[in-house]
Design a binder for this molecule. Structure first.
Ligand code: GSH
Length: 225
């Protein structure tokens, strides 16, 4: 039986998984869950993922949510060098994945980006909205500085000079900033790193819908990095 990935092409958490699948040519069917019309709240999908989020990987009774867990699973199955088998090297990839998935994702995406881009993330009052965005911006600046100087530094990728699933994951979260016009100025290593990850042959196809969404919002006045 073929595995199926339930996803949305704009979704920050779906993009790295789709990118990895495309790069590794893993035979997985895709099913779009239309977040824009609330398909993820319908019974058919909540039976698959009660958290009402994408992505979810399904293979018969085996259901796997959480994009980073899906990446780890697929890379382990494929014995891909992007998730090294050496325990220490793998631990460093896990460390980077967790770093991106916690404070970085929370403050940059849920703090700064989503409240400005998605109506269901907008806070109920102007004061609440402004405060949330300021908090997100201040924290995101700190995380970008750490990413730039301490994590990437002179390396090509976050754990060294080899690309790993942490780069897939982190670069997809960081580039979600392009929705609000982030250019990552002041973070030259981040810019260089994103340039490296964007060289993946499948990058343009996988990110096409996200870039379309970004151009539809061009000219809007966003608070950004
Ligand atoms: N921790 C989850 C987060 C997934 C997530 O945030 N999914 C978003 C799209 S990027 C979603 O499904 N949002 C639906 C909603 O906010 O209603 C993962 O990494 O898979």
């Amino acid at each position: 039986m073929t595995m199926t990935l339930y996803m949305h092409p704009v979704s920050t958490a779906s993009r790295p998984v789709r990118l990895f699948i495309a790069e590794k040519k893993i035979p997985i069917a895709e099913k779009v869950v239309d977040l824009m019309t609330g398909e993820h709240y319908k019974d058919e999908y909540t039976a698959i993922n009660p958290s009402r989020m994408v992505p979810t990987l399904v293979d018969g009774d085996f259901r796997l949510t959480e994009s980073a867990a899906i990446l780890r699973f697929l890379a382990s199955e494929a014995k891909a060098p992007e998730y090294p088998s050496d325990n220490r090297k793998r631990a460093k990839v896990d460390e980077a994945l967790d770093w991106f998935n916690t404070q970085f994702y929370r403050d940059f995406a849920y703090g700064l980006l989503y409240p400005q881009v998605f109506p269901n993330h907008k806070r109920p009052t102007d004061e609440h909205q402004t405060g949330t965005i300021k908090w997100g911006l201040d924290k995101a600046k700190v995380w970008f500085a750490v990413l730039d100087k301490d994590i990437i530094g002179s390396q090509q990728y976050v754990t060294g000079d080899q690309i790993s699933i942490a780069d897939y994951f982190g670069a997809c979260i960081a580039t979600a900033g392009e929705l609000i016009g982030c250019t990552y100025e002041g973070f030259p290593n981040v810019q260089r790193w994103l340039g490296n990850v964007k060289k993946l042959p499948s990058w343009p196809t996988i990110n096409e819908v996200m870039y379309g969404f970004a151009s539809s919002m061009k000219g809007k006045d966003f608070v950004n990095l």
